[in-house]
Design a protein around this ligand. Structure first.
Ligand code: BGC
Length: 763
């Protein structure tokens, strides 16, 4: 009996000890984050600091499979013992990218393809972008993801960058405002955004190693500025560091970038993750404040070895882990959200279509060719008319159910499409696809040269159709840049436009060119020929419908260019240095155009463009009047107000652009810079709206490198309000009586080589 009691009490003691230790095991959300960290083994820590990108791995502590949601980009580690749940990270900027047909699913998991970022930026409508973000974020939530790896806001430094379609603009203010709106929309669902690629990822050639050499001023004013706006106004949960080196070092290894600038100067409170396999030195990344290494691979050994060798301080790991845990606490998966796998796709398709039609830019409309009048039969030229391109390739691609073609959209809207022509193109496309390997089919038509047509073939269509519509398509994507020949139209494309225009004009019929492209192309050598040019961009799955909305006049175009369209590629300020040196296998890219990117260059150095930044036509006209400034002397803030009136015959929206010409006193300045913009409501004919835009000292200032300070120089500033960067309708001036030293920043991120930067003073 005694023996039995002793045994029982020993047993109870053991139970109570284990119960106690169970109670004492801290749990994420219940206990302080530092208590959780204290309860972690070194191995736990090293595992949590990186994801599980490899689909073959299994979590040894839970036995769980690596893949939680099929087709996502990655996930974070989970430690059930401590209540640490995983977080699922998914691409990308034009909509959620997951597997549409996961193995165990009982239904398809299609997502909505929204307009690409470049297209969305052309709307200049932050409220619209927020609405799109809200719909995208809802799909993230309902398909069980926690973070969308978007928005991507790198600057369109050169039109050949393969990922420009994923990015917004050549202007940091426009890019930053769009990025902030997208983040707000996404995160309103309780999921996270990942603002990427931080920073200066403007080249895809050798993207994981290329060294972008940039002056402090150009970095601060052009490349960092958009991120600064998006961080401050959008508060993203996460930021993704970029692949490239910046002034000698990988961005993911730069403390001065990820901590000094991002956190200390801008107040970022979230988590920084690396781009997938980005950077080279895990210890440097940890020290820099690149908290999470994605997708996670051999760096575990590297960090464990560093701990053993004492080449990293454990407190650095703890700091980064605390950010990861703070992030996990916010995720839907941690909160146990029961996702449906049934987002409202029809409602999102409507949002995508609405956004698409507000993003298209009418480049030319001679004699009011558009909207089409008395048109029954359309002759539809160009292979892309039959395979409309929804978006670019790579991680920014969405697995949508269907992208409506222009042909289908026209037929749906009651037009007839010239059948013999359609049959020729369909045969061409079908033959291409029939001869292709399966893995090559998706974008084969996009990248294949255009089908040539003889004059006889064109002539055969002319009488049987009321109008000719020619679609020119371009696609590009991650991992490589476009070539100069891709920027130009091919001889076959130019001949098509020329022959069709000649044949239709001879009988008094019109020709419309639709550009289904992801970035700027050459237009100067063919744009005189067609009567109208509609820049449809790559506007997601509803692009075809949205083009028809414009052609019919159901929607009045209101998009404006978020970048300049140069006359020739050689006019681009970075044409000489892109992608980098040595040209066969670039290692270094010297950004010697400095702050003179896009219109800042063309305007200052008086280089003509084919279509200028901010350009776009409407089916109506807008008058600008009553420009008033709240004061003629700047005292910290100034409000600019202007009236915009629809003086045409149809309802429309107008983008109002405010540029500032600063005095050339201490620092040289570009001719003008965008400082604010707004889009009017839909104004009926005769209706007007008062638009107010605010300028603060930071908007007036430039970054003076020598003293690392944002300075608004004293002198006279000209406010230029207009419909594009060249179509300035009203101007007014104000004085800054004394130079304002707006903000002193850290003297960091300087280039380690000397190079000659473009300057208007040295010209
Ligand atoms: C891209 C990122 C993307 C990541 C995950 C990388 O190659 O640069 O933009 O989010 O892959 O797919």
């Amino acid at each position: 009996m005694k023996k039995t009691l002793i045994a029982l009490s020993l047993c109870l003691m053991a139970v109570s000890l284990s119960a106690q230790s169970g109670v004492q095991t801290p749990q994420l959300g219940k206990d302080n984050i530092y208590a959780i960290i204290a309860a972690m083994t070194l191995e736990d820590k090293v595992y949590l600091l990186m994801g599980l990108g490899d689909a073959n791995w299994t979590n040894p502590s839970s036995g769980e499979k690596t893949v939680i949601v099929s087709g996502t980009a990655g996930r974070t580690w989970n430690i059930p013992r401590l209540g640490i749940t995983p977080a699922v990270l998914s691409d990308g900027p034009a909509g959620l990218r997951i597997d549409a047909h996961p193995k165990e699913a009982t239904h398809s998991y299609y997502c909505t393809a929204f307009p690409t970022a470049t297209a969305l930026a052309s709307s200049w409508n932050t409220a619209l972008v927020e609405t799109v973000g809200k719909a995208m974020g809802n799909e993230v939530l309902e398909y069980g993801s926690d973070v969308l790896l978007a928005p991507a806001i790198n600057i369109h430094r050169n039109p050949l960058c393969g990922r420009n379609f994923e990015y917004y603009s050549e202007d940091p203010l426009l890019a930053g405002k769009m990025g902030a709106a997208m983040i707000r929309g996404l995160q309103s669902n309780g999921v996270g955004a990942s603002l990427k690629h931080f920073v200066a990822n403007n080249i895809e050639t050798n993207r994981t190693s290329i060294n972008a050499v940039i002056s402090q001023r150009a970095l601060r004013e052009i490349y960092l500025r958009g991120f600064e706006i998006a961080v401050k106004e959008g508060q993203p949960w996460t930021v993704m560091s970029s692949y490239n080196r910046l002034n000698g070092y990988y961005t993911s290894e730069r403390y001065d970038l990820l901590t000094t600038v991002l956190r200390d100067e801008w107040g970022f409170k979230g988590l920084v993750m690396s781009d997938w396999w980005g950077g080279a030195d895990a210890v440097a990344q940890m020290n820099a404040g690149n908290d999470l290494l994605m997708p996670g691979c051999n760096q575990r050994e590297e960090l464990l070895a560093a701990m053993r060798n004492k080449t990293i301080d454990e407190s650095v790991l703890d700091r980064n882990i605390s950010r990861i845990l703070t992030f996990i606490l916010k995720t839907p998966r941690y909160k146990g959200y029961a996702y449906s796998c049934h987002p409202d796709l029809p409602a999102h398709a409507q949002i995508s279509r609405m956004a698409a039609s507000e993003s298209m830019v009418l480049l030319k409309n001679a004699q009011g060719t558009l909207p089409l009048k008395k048109v029954k039969t359309v002759a539809l030229y160009g292979k892309t008319s039959y395979r409309f391109i929804a978006g670019g390739t790579g991680s920014g691609e969405v697995n949508y159910e269907k992208a409506i073609s222009l042909e289908e959209a026209l037929i749906k809207a009651g037009f007839q499409v010239s059948k013999p022509l359609a049959a020729m193109y369909t045969h061409f496309i079908d033959t291409l696809l029939a001869n292709a390997k399966d893995d090559n089919k998706k974008q084969l038509v996009d990248f294949h040269p255009e089908m040539p047509l003889t004059n006889d073939q064109i002539q055969a269509q002319v009488h049987a159709s009321d109008v000719a519509v020619i679609t020119i398509g371009r696609n590009a994507g991650e991992g490589s840049d476009r070539s100069v020949s891709d920027f130009s139209l091919t001889e076959t494309e130019k001949r098509l436009i020329n022959d069709v225009s000649t044949a239709y004009h001879a009988v008094g019929k019109k020709v419309v060119v639709v550009l289904n492209i992801g970035g700027a192309i050459a237009t100067s050598d063919w744009r005189e020929e067609p009567d109208a040019i509609l820049l449809a961009w790559q506007t997601g799955q509803e692009g075809g419908n949205a083009v028809v909305d414009m052609l019919k006049g159901a929607v009045n175009p209101s998009g404006k260019l978020p970048m300049s369209f140069p006359v020739a590629y050689s006019d681009v300020p970075s044409a000489r240095t892109f992608p980098g040196e040595p040209s066969a296998n670039p290692v270094t890219a010297i950004y010697d155009e400095g702050i003179y990117v896009g219109y800042r260059y063309y305007d200052t150095f008086k280089v003509p463009t084919a279509y200028e930044f901010g350009y776009g036509l409407s089916y109506t006209h807008f008058d600008y009047s009553d420009l008033t400034l709240s004061s003629s002397t700047f005292t910290g803030q100034l409000t600019v107000t202007v009236t915009v009136k629809n003086t045409g015959r149809v309802a429309g929206k107008e983008v109002v652009e405010l540029y500032l010409s600063a005095p050339q006193s201490e620092m040289e300045k570009p001719q003008q810079e965008l400082k604010a913009f707004a889009k009017t409501d839909l104004l009926n004919p005769g209706a007007s709206q008062r638009i107010s835009l605010t300028l603060d000292s930071r908007l007036l200032s430039s970054f003076q490198s020598g003293i690392s300070t944002w300075v608004a120089d004293k002198g006279t500033y000209e406010v230029r309000v207009g419909a594009s960067s060249k179509d300035i309708r009203l101007t007014a001036a104000f004085e800054v009586p004394q130079s304002i030293y707006v903000e002193k920043d850290h003297n960091v991120l300087y280039p380690n080589v000397y190079f000659n930067e473009l300057s208007r003073q040295k010209k």
